[in-house]
Every structure is written in structure tokens, then in C-alpha cells.
Design a protein around this ligand. Structure first.
Ligand SMILES: N[C@@H](CCC(=O)N[C@@H](CS)C(=O)NCC(=O)O)C(=O)O
Length: 215
């Protein structure tokens, strides 16, 4: 039995949903509401699964995995076809660097708990919070756009015409950016890649509005 602890809006969960769909792996969707009653991620039963109080969590037949990128690489290693990482070591490093450019440089700065801290502990108002959010997304995506253009390796996807981990991480970040009205006209290549990805079923089926807990 495979269970994914997820929230429809969670972009880190969205990454894992895409990967599961891409590999054709069925799973039970376990919703964890991140804001209701202060957040279900903080209840003891969930913290017992993940002391970080973060989703996604994948329970693969009793083996509990955390961190979306580690989960996706685990899925890729245990279900190699179709692959999400290239065989070539340099290409793999390129794809991982792109994915980490989002997962380490953009996303953690704009995570719910960080935004809450800005508001509750540091007294930021809505405008300040949104300015913070947009700043890190717009700047982070701009550098990824520059990297992709400089490398000249993109096609339909970040690396040529094949879906990789880079696309799996890019699309959820663009959804987040849209939700917070970030500027996106300065990243046309990333937007074009996102559109191509959204022609594919695993991306469409994993999107927030397609989830059982969508509001
Ligand atoms: N680096 C982690 C990030 C996980 C993460 O930040 N998840 C968010 C949702 S996208 C979360 O659970 N936030 C709850 C909170 O901030 O309280 C991963 O890639 O899995």
C-alpha cells in the first residue's frame, strides 16, 4: 500500500504527485490540511510520521519517506522506467541543479511557516508579505531562465524534449507564482516549458484543482 500525505496547494506535494503519475504508480491520497485548526501538520499523529511537520510524506508499504526530492529519486531508483534523471552524469548534475534552484533557493523562503513568521513574529502586513514572496520568486526564476538560455539545452522541456526532475519541480513553482500574482513575463522560456508540460497527463492530473481535497 502506497500513501501520499498531501495538500492540494502544496507545491512540494505536487512534485511527488507528478512523479507518481509519470511512473504510473497508484497511491492513496491522504489529505493534510495545512491551515485548518492551526494546521493538521502539527497534530501528534502526523508529527510522529514527520517531525518536521511538513508534507509531502510518502508511506511506501510502511517505509516512511520525507523530502520531495528524496522521495522522487527513491521512486526513480525503484521504478526506473520512464526515467526522471538522465543517464549522463553531467546532464544529471544540470537537472539536479535546476531542481535545487527551486527547492533550495526559492521555495523555502516562501513556505507557509516562513510567511507566518514574517506576519506573526515580525509584524509584516499583507503587502510586505506579498512583496517578500514575489521578490524571491521573481529573482529566483529569472536566474533559472538565464541559466536555461545560457546552456541552450532546452527543448519542449528543461533538458531537451524529455521530462526530467527539473520539469517536475518547475511546474508547481509556476503555479505558486501565479497564485501570488508574481511577474512572469521575464521568464518566457520557463513559461513555454510549463505549457508543454501541462499538455501531459501526469502534470494535469497532479495539479491542485484535480486533487480530492481541492477547495
Ligand atoms: N523541502 C521540503 C519542503 C516541504 C514543505 O515545505 N512543505 C510545505 C508545503 S509545500 C509544508 O508542509 N508547509 C507547512 C508549514 O509551513 O507549516 C520538500 O521538498 O519536501
Amino acid at each position: 500500500m502506497r500513501r501520499l500525505y498531501s495538500y492540494f496547494r502544496s507545491s512540494a506535494s505536487f512534485r511527488v504527485r507528478i512523479a507518481l503519475g509519470f511512473k504510473g504508480l497508484p497511491y492513496e491520497y491522504v489529505p493534510v490540511h495545512l491551515t485548518k485548526d492551526g494546521g493538521e501538520q502539527f497534530v501528534p499523529a502526523f508529527r510522529a510520521l514527520n517531525p518536521d511537520a511538513l508534507i509531502p510524506v510518502l508511506d511506501d508499504d510502511g517505509r516512511v519517506l520525507t523530502q520531495s526530492l528524496a522521495i522522487i529519486e527513491y521512486l526513480d531508483e525503484t521504478h526506473p522506467e520512464p526515467p526522471l534523471l538522465p543517464r549522463d552524469a553531467l546532464e544529471r548534475a544540470y537537472v539536479r541543479a535546476f531542481a535545487l534552484g527551486i527547492a533550495c533557493e526559492i521555495h523555502p523562503l516562501n513556505n507557509l511557516r516562513v510567511l507566518r513568521y514574517l506576519v506573526r513574529q515580525l509584524g509584516a502586513d499583507d503587502d510586505a508579505k506579498n512583496a517578500w514572496y514575489r521578490h524571491w520568486v521573481e529573482e529566483g526564476l529569472a536566474s533559472l531562465e538565464a541559466r536555461v538560455l545560457a546552456e541552450g539545452r532546452s527543448g519542449r522541456h528543461v533538458l531537451g524534449d524529455t521530462v526530467t526532475l527539473a520539469d517536475v519541480v518547475l511546474v508547481p513553482q509556476i503555479f505558486n507564482a501565479r497564485r501570488f500574482d508574481c511577474r512572469l513575463d521575464h521568464v518566457p522560456t520557463l513559461m513555454r516549458i510549463c505549457e508543454r508540460c501541462l499538455e501531459l497527463a501526469p502534470f494535469v492530473e497532479a495539479q491542485p484543482e484535480s486533487q480530492p481535497d481541492a477547495e
